[in-house]
Design a protein around this ligand. Structure first.
Ligand SMILES: NC(=O)c1ccc[n+]([C@@H]2O[C@H](COP(=O)([O-])OP(=O)(O)OC[C@H]3O[C@@H](n4cnc5c(N)ncnc54)[C@H](O)[C@@H]3O)[C@@H](O)[C@H]2O)c1
Length: 336
């Protein structure tokens, strides 16, 4: 069978990885790449068969494509994703789906109207530690989930100028919390500060209340000298701790609850188990999943709805931080 013809638009720190993975992927041919920066184009095409462009419109006019990765800065996701859809290709747009819910709505509607698949780069869905965690939660190992806490902190990335840390990093953990709970966020409260003068927030603490009652805590910033990406999931029968970056998963048993078959009468320390996880690059799994969705006619594993749901929560968090008040999250269905 012929290979899917793919392109990558935007070849910065993330786009270069899309190009590398797609160039090596079975069933896919990386036929073209584009970036405003000619040096990045030259680097991405070196030793590969892909054509290089410094003008995305020329790429889209001159190339027959099955799909494209859109890896430009967030403020340009809408315009570039719309151009890809207009050119007749399926599209993977990096997270967040777009800079605003209105922009996300325009992209999602355009993809649906054109009959093209749209997925969003919520890459942690494809992290082997998260997949193992999801499997264990679904098997009932922890019992009911009471609280999820994500910590995503590290140094300021000077290249990100168009959005604040909530829009840039928040969608990862918001998406994973929704996915693990299979539930939507009802209400949020947040505080945020801007210490490095970009005009956008770089220090953020947020609380989420899910419809089913679980709590979410987000600590996200660009001001921490060491990089940490962790998620702890507190359940009736114990606590899971996932290290996204290290692809590790540990369970701290609540001995009392396990001894009483889940009744949460008291809490005591029990066994600690670190599960063996076969490490794999999440981007490779994400792009393979999109390839397979295209071949099977979809839907993609991460849908436009997922992208919009994460963005709606991010927007509510920013609104809460600005107003100092709790904010209800709108129904994503109202935007679809
Ligand atoms: N999923 C993840 O884990 C992850 C990680 C990093 C970044 N991202 C996302 O990827 C996107 C890019 O982030 P980055 O860190 O790679 O940024 P970056 O600044 O390193 O790269 C952006 C690239 O886009 C190019 N560009 C700008 N305008 C363009 C245009 N009109 N046409 C073609 N190219 C254009 C720039 O020249 C630059 O090379 C952002 O949306 C970001 O949120 C996702």
């Amino acid at each position: 069978m012929s290979r899917l013809r793919a392109a990558v638009i935007g070849l910065g720190s993330m786009g270069a990885n899309h190009a590398r993975v797609l160039a090596e992927m079975d069933g896919v041919e990386l036929v073209a790449v584009a970036d405003l920066d000619a040096a990045r184009v030259a680097k991405a095409t070196a030793g590969r068969g892909a054509a290089g462009y410094t003008d995305t419109r020329k790429l889209l006019h001159g190339t027959k494509l099955d799909f494209a990765s859109v890896v430009v800065p967030t403020g340009l996701h809408e315009a570039v994703a719309l151009a890809v859809i207009e050119a007749g290709a399926h599209v993977l747009v990096e997270k967040p789906i777009a800079a605003t819910m209105q922009a996300a709505q325009r992209v999602a509607r355009a993809a649906a109207a054109a009959g093209r698949l749209l997925t969003v780069g919520h890459i942690e869905r494809f992290n082997p530690a998260v997949r193992e965690l999801k499997r264990r939660l679904e098997a009932g190992q922890g019992g009911r989930v009471l609280q999820l806490r994500a910590r995503r902190v590290g140094p300021f990335p000077h290249r990100i100028r168009d959005v604040g840390v909530i829009h840039d990093l928040g969608p990862h953990d918001i998406d994973i919390m929704r996915y693990l709970l299979d539930d939507e966020v009802e209400r949020v409260f947040a505080e945020a500060r801007s210490h490095i003068a970009t005009g956008n927030e770089d220090l953020f603490a947020g609380m989420l209340r899910f419809r089913g009652g679980a709590l979410g805590l987000l600590e996200i910033n660009w001001l921490t000298p060491t990089k940490e990406r962790t998620l702890s999931v507190l359940c009736e029968k114990g606590m899971f701790v996932a290290d996204y970056a290290g692809q590790k998963l540990t369970f701290y048993e609540n001995h009392d609850a396990v001894a009483r078959e889940g009744a949460l009468a008291s809490v005591s320390e029990g066994m600690v188990v670190q599960y063996p996880i076969a490490n794999r690059e999440p981007l490779r799994s994400e792009l393979e999943a999109f390839r397979d969705a295209i071949l099977s006619g979809g839907p993609p594993r991460v849908t436009a709805h997922d992208g919009m749901a994460a963005l709606a929560v991010a927007e509510a968090l920013v609104a809460s931080a600005n107003s100092g008040m709790p904010v209800n999250v709108p129904n994503v269905e109202d935007f679809e």
